[in-house]
Design a protein around this ligand. Structure first.
Ligand code: DGJ
Length: 332
């Protein structure tokens, strides 16, 4: 091969670089507290994510040292690594019943008919754990102050603790929450404006004591990941599938190891990019497991894998690489 001058080698190398520039993949380290762009700890425990424009908005629990409600905080990021604190969208002064409360697992969906962002969460009175209510708040901007719309038991009767939301492609939204002292998971269809419960679609896995539901849809298959109910202690995460939200759900099968790699499901966020869509498990490693306050909890984020269209697996990686441009999320 003829010897090329250094400048020719440089030009050749530069031409080999794709013209479509993409942001470098970010590395997320598991079993840590994350920090925001101001260097503060990110408090989005038990949270959910919503993509609006170029940003992923991450809502979650921010608690006082005694674990009572401090705020639902929201952060945003384009790369799922660089988190900018945006707002405390709900605080004890947002409503009289929030003066002293426990607020858990806030989730937000956007209603394109009303133009409102609608948050659902689990609400307790901050003294005991027997209220078991769902609560709703709304806002016309994703990270503006949310207006409290009240707390209640779904359909006036069902206890409601661990909670999630899922908005289907046809705009129908569903809420799943733990009922009957956490023995059951109830799947509800929401009203057209998403601020109320329309019907109880079905009770899932009656008597099996599942918590921490998270729903996502992949290639027309609905997946629901849940945990067992062992307070703050981690346990085996399981999943089920269905071909319609209102159809029959499969039995539960294990995903991950016997403790969810010491985490409990919070949410599964689709990372849709130019090459693929990955499904990223967001888990909480609750500090309650070592008798510390919720705000000392850590995060465990792992990419889900799909050996077949209706099966999902999850394996441990201390660090993962997240490329929101291409959609590739993988263990390192
Ligand atoms: C497990 C639930 O999933 C959490 O959200 C929280 O309610 C703890 N239990 C409280 O013990």
């Amino acid at each position: 091969m003829p010897r090329l001058p250094a400048v020719a080698l440089l030009v050749t190398a530069l031409l080999a670089v794709p013209l479509t520039a993409s942001a470098a993949p970010a590395t997320v380290t598991n079993g840590t507290q994350f920090t925001d762009t101001s260097g503060n700890v990110v408090h989005a425990h038990g949270g959910g994510m919503l993509k609006v424009g170029a940003y992923y908005y991450w809502f979650g629990e921010n608690r006082n040292a005694d674990n009572t409600f401090k705020a639902v905080s929201v952060y945003r990021s384009a790369d799922l690594k660089t988190w900018e604190f945006r707002n405390n969208v709900l605080t004890p002064s947002s409503a009289a019943e929030l003066g002293r409360a426990n607020i858990e697992r806030p989730k937000v969906v956007y209603n394109s008919s009303t133009g409102q962002f609608v948050m659902w969460m689990h609400k307790e009175n901050g003294k005991d754990y027997s209220e078991a209510r769902a609560a709703v708040a709304t806002s016309s901007t994703v990270d503006g102050k949310y207006t409290w719309r009240g707390s209640f038991r779904p359909l006036g009767q069902h206890m409601s603790r661990d909670i999630t939301l899922f908005k289907d492609d046809d705009g129908t939204a569903y809420m799943v929450s733990a009922a009957r002292e956490n023995a059951d998971l109830n799947l509800y269809r929401l009203t057209a404006d998403y601020t109320g419960v329309s019907t109880l679609v079905r009770t899932l896995w009656r008597g099996s004591s599942r918590e921490a539901p998270a729903v996502f849809k992949r290639n027309g298959v609905y997946f629901m990941v849940t945990s067992g109910a062992t307070y703050w202690n981690p346990n085996q995460q399981k999943y089920a599938t269905a071909t319609s939200m209102t159809g029959t759900w499969s039995g539960l099968a294990n995903v991950g190891d016997s403790t969810g790699y010491r985490s409990q499901t919070a949410y599964v966020v689709p990372v849709q990019g130019t090459q693929t869509t990955s499904y990223l498990y967001l888990g909480d490693r609750w500090a309650g497991a070592w008798n510390r306050p919720v705000n000392e909890s850590q995060y465990v984020w792992l990419p889900l894998k799909f050996p077949t269209p209706r099966t999902v697996t999850m394996s441990w990686s201390q660090r993962i690489s997240v490329d929101t441009t291409t959609g590739v999320v993988q263990g390192l």
